[in-house]
Ligand binder design. Structure first.
Ligand code: GAL
Length: 333
C-alpha cells in the first residue's frame, strides 16, 4: 500500500472507529458518492445522512468522478472495518471489482443510483442495488409529451403528424441515460405520432452543458424543433435558458420541454410554465430503503417481508417507483 493509501486508511479508521463511546453500538457505514457536485446525488446524500441519524455512523466520501480515487476510498473503508458499504459508483461497470473486494472481507455492499450488472451483484450474496427503473422514468416523461401533443395539435408546427425532437442525454453508458432515451418516445408513437430525431447530444447531467447543446440545436434547426427531451432536470433547465435566449416562453412562444428528477428549481419552472413536465426521482425513499437494508445486513439479520418494508426483485434489486409531475399535478400549483 502506498503512503497516501496508508494515510487515508488511518484517517478512515479514526473516523469510523474513533466515534464517541455512545455511538459505538451503532453500525458503521462507509458511503461513496460518485460526484458531490451532482444535484440529485447531493440531495440523496443528505437524505442518507438524515435518515441514518441515530441508526448508524456514516462516513461519506466524495469520489469526485474518479473511479481510481473511489477504489482507494473503498479499500480504505474496508480496512477501517466498515460494517456495510453504500456505494454510488463512478463507473457502474467497476462494481464487480468493488464487490470482489467487499466479498473478500465479508463486508456487505449496497449500490445506489448507478446500477451494477446482475452478474456482478451475483458475485457475492451480500451485494444489492437500491434505485429506480430508468425505463419507467423515460416512459413517464414520454407520456407527458404524448398528452401534450394530443391536446395541442398546433404543437405539431408543420402539421406532418411527425414530432421533430431534440434530445439532451445524460452520461453515456449510465443506465438512466440509456433507458430514458430509449423509452421516452414510445408513448408518442403509441398514440399515433411518428417521431423524428433532429439531433441528440450529451449534456452529462449538467445545466451549463444542457444550455450549450440546446443553443447549438437552435442554431441548426430553429423553429423546426417541436419538443425537447432532457434526461434530467438540470439539462432541461439549461435548455430552457437557451430557449429563453432565443425568445421562447414570452410573447406566446412555447416549447414543450421535459426532464427527470423533480429538483426544486424544476418545480419552480413547472409553476412558471416553462418546463412542461418532470418525473420525481424519489431520493428520500431510495435513502430509506438503502439504510434499512444496510442495517439488516450489518446485524446479519434475515431479509424477509417482515423485517424489510421494500420488496427485493430479481434477487438483488430494490426498486423505488418514479412519479410523473406536471403543473396540474402539483399539489400546490
Ligand atoms: C440520475 C439522475 C441524474 C444524475 C444521475 C447521476 O438518476 O436523474 O440527475 O443525478 O443519476 O448518476
Amino acid at each position: 500500500m502506498n503512503t497516501i493509501k496508508k494515510l487515508l486508511c488511518a484517517a478512515l479508521a479514526l473516523l469510523l472507529l474513533g466515534a464517541p463511546a455512545l455511538a459505538e453500538e451503532l453500525p458503521a457505514f462507509g458511503v461513496c458518492i460518485y460526484d458531490g457536485t451532482d444535484t440529485f446525488m447531493a440531495s440523496l446524500r443528505l437524505h442518507l445522512e438524515t435518515y441514518a441519524h441515530g441508526k448508524a455512523r456514516l462516513t461519506v466520501y466524495d469520489s469526485r468522478n474518479d473511479q481510481n480515487l473511489q477504489n482507494d476510498q473503498v479499500e480504505g473503508m474496508l480496512e477501517a472495518g466498515a460494517d456495510v458499504l453504500i456505494i454510488n459508483p463512478v463507473d457502474r461497470l467497476a462494481a464487480g471489482y468493488l464487490i470482489e473486494k467487499a466479498r473478500k472481507r465479508q463486508t456487505p455492499v449496497l449500490f445506489v443510483n448507478k446500477e451494477p450488472l446482475l452478474e456482478d451483484l451475483l458475485l457475492y450474496e451480500h451485494a444489492f442495488y437500491v434505485g429506480a427503473d430508468g425505463a419507467q422514468s423515460g416512459r413517464l416523461s414520454g407520456e407527458i409529451l404524448a398528452e401534450y401533443f394530443l391536446a395541442h395539435p398546433e404543437a405539431n408546427k408543420n402539421g406532418d403528424g411527425t414530432v421533430q425532437y431534440v434530445l439532451i442525454k445524460g452520461e453515456p453508458g449510465h443506465q438512466d441515460a440509456e433507458l430514458r432515451t430509449q423509452n421516452a418516445l414510445k408513448p408518442l408513437q403509441e398514440v399515433g405520432f411518428r417521431v423524428e430525431k433532429l439531433q441528440e447530444d450529451t449534456g452529462m447531467w449538467r445545466r451549463q452543458l444542457g444550455q450549450e447543446k440546446m443553443a447549438g440545436f437552435l442554431l441548426a434547426w430553429g423553429d423546426q424543433i417541436e419538443c425537447v427531451i432532457a434526461n434530467n432536470d438540470e439539462m432541461a433547465l439549461g435548455a430552457i435558458n437557451a430557449l429563453k435566449g432565443a425568445g421562447y416562453f414570452s410573447g406566446g412562444r412555447f416549447m414543450p420541454v421535459v426532464g427527470v428528477d423533480a429538483i426544486s428549481q424544476a418545480i419552480e419552472a413547472l409553476r412558471q410554465g416553462s418546463l412542461l413536465g418532470t418525473v420525481f426521482n424519489d431520493g428520500e425513499q431510495q435513502a430509506m430503503a438503502a439504510v434499512d437494508l444496510a442495517i439488516l445486513l450489518a446485524k446479519g439479520e434475515e431479509i424477509t417481508a417482515d423485517t424489510y418494508a421494500y420488496p427485493i426483485s430479481g434477487e438483488r434489486f430494490v426498486w423505488i417507483p418514479y412519479q410523473r409531475i406536471t403543473r396540474e399535478e402539483l399539489t400546490d400549483p
